[in-house]
Write a protein that binds this ligand. Structure first.
Ligand code: HPA
Length: 279
């Protein structure tokens, strides 16, 4: 278990290298790291230089914290994240969110690559998370388990309002202005690393999930526990396969390739939200 001192030590290591105070944290998922190129006045800090911060071993996750300005907001952008399936604990994979809070940030914007379960979703579409199903969390792989430090947050956290409504409304408005397909839906997280079987996809669809991935929900829990505002997007990188005996198979390459379509769309929506950030 990490303590408040661990979060503060990492936060101070980062802040010591900055002249600007970041207000908004961002996490860029698989194939989405290029978005950090949009920042100006950049400081790039490799994860390995931040005490306690775990690096991702996955292709498509660069492993840098990039701090800079985007639409006149100072943001700290994670190019890639560590995952539970890499063997890290839930405490390790959510450490960066705690550090963002210790650095004084009020909001976190999370992104991920996800498989589309909803039959109306196409590859390259974006989905705004309006709710989630946290399967690992429901069966005990939950970052809020263990002794609760009351100075960090509540023992029993409510999650009915996890995804900030004014931020979502702003994102929908920007997407509509630019003709960008942005759905609102339910994201289901699984531990991975294998993709789902067709039977699992049909089960998730029956449960009300619109997209499926291997991250994000535990970060949402920790951010909300810390009292941060949360906005989260899935980039639909592939259509989840719901039948056996087809020639189709999901693979990581297609996930990374569709990032190419998704990054420009996500960039436009994020810039629009930052440009007129709802209070
Ligand atoms: N399943 C789980 N995680 C994913 C997928 C998927 O189909 N696509 C991208 N991340």
């Amino acid at each position: 278990m990490y303590t408040k001192d661990d979060f503060q030590r990492a936060a101070n290591t980062i802040l010591d290298r900055l002249t600007l105070q970041p207000q908004i944290g961002m996490v860029l998922g698989s194939g989405l790291g290029k978005l950090a190129d949009e920042l100006s006045a950049r400081t790039i800090i490799p994860y390995a230089e931040i005490p306690g911060w775990s690096a991702s071993t996955v292709h498509g996750h660069q492993g840098n914290l990039v701090i800079g300005e985007l639409e006149e907001q100072v943001v700290a952008v994670m190019q890639g994240r560590a995952h539970f399936y890499e063997g890290y604990s839930m405490q390790q994979v959510t450490f960066p969110i705690r550090v963002m809070k210790a650095m004084g940030m009020h909001t976190v914007i999370l992104t991920n690559a996800a498989g589309g379960i909803n039959k109306d979703y196409a590859v390259g579409d974006l989905m705004l998370l309006e709710d989630h199903i946290n399967l690992p969390g429901m069966v005990g792989a939950n970052p809020l388990m263990g002794a609760n430090d009351e100075s960090l947050g509540l023992r029993f956290l409510g999650l009915a309002q996890a995804y900030d409504r004014p931020l979502r409304e702003q994102a929908l408005q920007v997407a509509a202005q630019h003709d960008i397909p942005l759905h609102s839906g339910v994201y289901c997280s699984l531990s991975g690393p294998a993709f789902e079987t067709p039977a699992e996809i049909r089960m998730l669809r029956a449960w009300g999930a619109d997209a499926v991935g291997m991250s994000t929900t535990h970060e949402v829990l920790v951010a909300r526990h810390a009292g941060m505002r949360v906005l989260a997007f899935s980039g639909i990188t592939n259509c989840a396969i719901d039948q056996v005996d087809t020639d189709l198979e999901t693979n990581h390459e297609e996930v990374l390739e569709s990032g190419e379509i998704i990054v420009p769309r996500l960039t436009t929506v994020l810039k629009g939200v930052l440009n007129d950030f709802p209070t």
